[in-house]
Design a protein around this ligand. Structure first.
Ligand SMILES: C[S@@+](CC[C@H](N)C(=O)[O-])C[C@H]1O[C@@H](n2cnc3c(N)ncnc32)[C@H](O)[C@@H]1O
Length: 346
């Protein structure tokens, strides 16, 4: 599969316009604060962008970031501006042509930004341990429409977990399917190259994340993908695909469910570009200065990560009140006693 993908991104595609589906094509609305950053990126880099989402979480100044499958470097150069001169962005890609394009424009961006904080490495995201990167040395790892292309997603997630600091996060956009992708679709080179054939069934992804130590994956954004190409659409049949962005925190104490300890947080409004609200995920848009009740896991994601200084924290883990309301699960037991005539064994 690696060779098919290298051929596709290195030789077949001449630019974003050559894509045959909307899978590797980012339809997310670009936030106002990000627009000037994208505008300062070299046009050749922009025209070879094949991402499917936005991988610029809040609060990156001074961070060390790793971009898996960085391609021609659009996200690398956007993130380089967000981390600033005291941060570092390392991009990894296996396709020479893509990486060379990113490297060719490194000096251009260094001059434009006034600092050079980018490193580009040729390598495989399944073999991050071969890249001389320190375990536990990254604050954030991102990836944009790449993990689906990997034949060994388990190895990718294990490598990510190893390289993240405790409290760090894997923030990445990718393609998922509503069911397991049948072999005929999986082995179709165009559908694979277009980021559809290798897509994980979403529930299998959640299991994989859990088994790698990312206990509570948080979905931040998603959209359905349409395969409208008249040749490809019949091959896909009833399968449905989605582009989705997840954030996976590396936090050893996260629980498998949202548990209620009576805790709450208050956002201070102090994160650059996010003065009015902080969006943790699709279910947590935390408005400034408002007491916002949270489950134990959300409390930890904010308290034990780079976000801690921007919140006030109410409560602790001393008292447990059962499952947190509204987290999608409920108690399985009947609350009313005695529907059965034979109840009452004593
Ligand atoms: C869909 S493109 C996305 C590129 C880039 N993230 C962007 O948003 O423009 C996929 C990229 O991932 C790279 N890639 C795919 N599988 C890889 C692997 N196993 N190891 C390293 N790079 C990989 C490809 O070479 C290609 O550049």
């Amino acid at each position: 599969m690696h060779d098919i993908v290298k051929e596709y991104y290195g030789k077949e595609l001449g630019g974003t316009a050559d894509l045959k589906t909307s899978a590797c094509c980012d339809a997310s609305a670009v936030p106002v604060w990000l627009k000037p950053l994208l505008a300062s990126i070299h046009p050749d880099v922009l025209s070879h962008y094949y991402g499917c989402g936005l991988v610029c979480p809040a609060l990156l100044e001074g961070c060390r970031i790793l971009d898996l499958g960085c391609g021609s470097g659009r996200d690398v150069y956007a993130l380089a501006q967000l981390v600033g001169p005291n941060g570092l962005v390392v991009g990894v890609d296996m396709t020479r042509e893509q990486l060379d394009l990113a490297e060719t424009h490194r000096a251009y961006h260094a001059e434009k930004f006034g600092y050079d904080n980018v490193k580009l490495l040729h390598g495989y995201i399944e073999k991050l341990d071969e890249l001389d990167l320190q375990p536990g040395s990254f604050d954030v790892i991102v990836s944009n429409c790449v993990v689906n292309l990997s034949p060994d997603k388990d190895a990718v997630l294990r490598g990510v977990h190893r390289l993240l600091k405790e409290g760090g996060e894997f923030y990445f956009s990718d393609v998922y399917a509503d069911r397991r992708v049948p072999d005929a679709v999986r082995h179709d080179p165009i559908l694979y190259g277009e980021c559809l054939g290798g897509a994980l069934y979403w529930k299998d992804f959640l299991r994989l994340a859990y088994n790698t130590g990312f206990t509570d994956p948080r979905l931040t954004e998603d959209r359905p993908l349409e395969v409208t190409d008249p040749v490809l659409a019949p091959r896909v049949g009833n399968l449905k695909f989605f582009s989705a962005t997840y954030r996976l925190f590396k936090l050893v104490d996260l629980e498998t469910a949202c548990e209620d300890y009576g805790q709450a947080v208050i956002y201070r409004g102090t994160i650059t570009n996010h003065p009015h609200r902080f969006i943790l995920d699709k279910h947590h848009a935390i408005e400034v200065a408002k007491v916002f009740p949270v489950c134990g896991n959300t409390w930890r994601m904010l308290h034990e990560s780079r976000f801690a200084a921007h919140f006030d924290f109410i409560g602790n883990f001393d008292h447990h009140y059962g499952l947190f309301d509204g987290c999608g699960e409920t108690i399985p037991f009947d609350m009313e006693q005695g529907l059965s005539e034979n109840s009452g064994c004593c």
